[in-house]
Design a protein around this ligand. Sequence first.
Ligand code: SAM
Length: 263
Amino acid sequence: MGAWMINGVFALFFLLASTGLFFFVVTRGALLVRGLSSGSHTEKSHVYPIYSNMRLIKLVDFQPIISAILLFQYHRLVSNIVSGLRQSDLKNKKVLITSCAFGNVIPRVVNACVQAGAERVLVADIIRNELVHAQSKLREFSGKVEFIEENATAMKQPDGVAAANVMFFLLHELPHPLKVRALNEAGRMLAPGGKLLLAEFHRPELWVLRALSWTYFKVFEPLGLALWDTHDPLGCLESMGGWACERTTYFFGNFQIITATKL
Ligand SMILES: C[S@@+](CC[C@H](N)C(=O)[O-])C[C@H]1O[C@@H](n2cnc3c(N)ncnc32)[C@H](O)[C@@H]1O
């Protein structure tokens, strides 16, 4: 093997290791340190610095990085949600986006809602900086979008306020009891016939992918593994009752979109 090849392998290894270390430090590592410190526990304690520090938000929110994190399925998942919204009756109705997310999901969702005649889109997040950042992507829709600093597990919005609610990769980051509360709140805020469009990780069918995915969750996002069994969102919704649910999986079962219609 030539020297240039050995250097190349080392450079690649160094790049991957430092990227992994960076993401560990700004996600789970920071939560571990937070857990050890004597500071008080708040409703925001589970939120990674990557979502609360404006410099980190701006550094990481770069479409190719976000697409790579979702194994280049991001575009497909967002397109499925957008087409679900286009098939819904949103004329003069309100739509909720429960929690911000990186990439272009929010502009694409808002655009679909506005084109479908929605009166207003409410973007909710527990972190103000996330809302400020989302606002910077939605300037062309000002007047149609409202930004609300609220907790997805205890929302202040009235019952039945929305015709649709988009929840994009929120559940896997919530402590387990809060996963169920967020789903309950989503149901409470939907009008009968309204749709919850939920994108999340799912237990992969291929054992190789399952092993890699398991390792990823154990290292970076241990709260996500429960989505494979004890807190499978479809199972949670079905046991709550009052929903008609459909699930589509993507990329050998690694991701899922659940469309849940409130009965
Ligand atoms: C939806 S996940 C991000 C998913 C994915 N990693 C991405 O960015 O594409 C992160 C967002 O959820 C928000 N969040 C976390 N817990 C929340 C809660 N209880 N209520 C509302 N928003 C919450 C965070 O502030 C952050 O904006």
